[in-house]
Design a protein around this ligand. Structure first.
Ligand SMILES: [Fe+2]
Length: 193
């Protein structure tokens, strides 16, 4: 397993990509192979990143964010049979599977977003992400993530901006509701918050 691609190198490469590109499709095309290489590198992993938050269902461990909250890198650890509500990101995202089985379900939005608090979603496709798989999200893409395996799953998430600072939403599909979505971030000794 390569150990030479450090967090500092990864973040420097993210800065270079986002300095020359603004289109989320182009950015994620360029970030995806970098994220995969970083995920395969061994040097950055710490045992506490495996810790899950029992209340939230998953632990969100920050490896990096810029002082203005751009370029956020998280290791997310998911308890079995736990996950997220459907949500958007309002920024680009690249996710690499590290361990376990995470089901991603995508949704299409049918309304125009003009009515505050209202959202009409229909379920679209789904896929299961395992070690080495990569998935990308664009700012308005809506999905949910669920650990469908029997053990803790882990994935590496890189965002254009820390997702508690993008004004993003979570959705109640049954009741057609939209509301702000904030995550609880783990308090890790080594976090670079
Ligand atoms: Fe997400």
């Amino acid at each position: 397993m390569p150990v030479s691609y450090t967090l500092e190198q990864y973040v420097n490469d993210l800065r270079a990509v986002t300095a020359k590109e603004t289109d989320p499709v182009k950015i994620t095309d360029l970030v995806a192979p970098l994220a995969k290489e970083f995920a395969r590198s061994a040097g950055w992993f710490r045992p506490e990143y495996r810790d899950c938050d029992a209340e939230q269902g998953f632990g969100v461990h920050m490896l990096h964010e810029e002082p203005n909250h751009d370029l956020a890198v998280f290791l997310v650890s998911w308890l079995p049979n736990r996950g997220t509500t459907p949500h958007n990101h309002k920024t680009w995202a690249v996710v690499v599977g590290l361990e376990g089985e995470e089901q991603e379900i995508s949704f299409n939005r049918l309304d125009d977003g003009a009515t505050p608090g209202f959202a009409d979603l229909e379920r679209d496709g789904d896929q299961v992400i395992t070690a080495g798989d990569i998935t990308r999200c664009y700012p308005e893409h809506i999905h949910s993530v669920w650990n469908v395996g029997k053990t803790v799953s882990m994935s590496l998430h890189t965002y254009g901006r820390h997702i508690n600072y993008t004004g993003r939403s979570e959705f109640d599909v049954e009741h057609k509701r939209e509301k702000p979505y904030m995550l609880k971030i783990a308090v890790d000794e080594q976090a670079r918050a």
